[in-house]
Design a protein around this ligand. Sequence first.
Ligand code: DX5
Ligand code: ZN
Length: 226
Amino acid sequence: MNILSPSILAADCARLGEQIDLAEQAGAQYLHIDIMDGMFVPSISFGMCVVSSLRKYTDMIFDVHLMVEEPTRYAADFARSGADIITVHVEACSNVEETLDWIHSLGRKAGLSVKPATPIRSVEKYLDKIDMLLVMTVEPGFGGQRYLPASTERIREARKMIKEKGLNVDIEVDGGITKQNVSTVLEAGANVIVAGSAVFHGDIGQNVRDMMAVLNAAETGKPAEI
Ligand code: DX5
Ligand code: ZN
């Protein structure tokens, strides 16, 4: 199933609830929440209190992307705050397998993410331990960057590895996804689409409807009318 996961990093934080309502009403299924620790990436974003406040506000699936060094330190806090999917970076864990097991033991889905410069093959041995693979399509740390074209081949390779192993793992893409290039990543094998600027800048409802039209069309094989 194709899923849209709007990234609140691009939202107006003073109007977060309102803007999330618009995205949800227009058909977005997940909410992508970027957690940055100022170490794994230079910037700092949201903490547990934002997640737990939003949890009381909406039933959307919380797709929490931990751009955090040694994420085992925080996985339980985010699970408690209301995360449904907890994604960690392969580059940030001293023991990837233990980290994924820890997330599952908390009763949450586990995602594993790779930065653009990390070989995609480095996640192969973990594929049977994850629910979602997050292929970063920009260098993590900031919203509003341009999609790295080399990502398309990486998504294709990831989908091939998952298929060869007969696994049912979602492939999420994150960074620089727009109405114009979303069909490229879908065609390459991604099925969970993060979009920050492309959803929250401009008319949120219309942006989500346009994106969903492409996602749904890719599933049914009919061309999207946007
Ligand atoms: C970047 C974050 C992304 C970001 C995407 O480090 O992980 O989730 O919000 O923003 P856009 O869609 O604007 O590139
Ligand atoms: Zn993200």
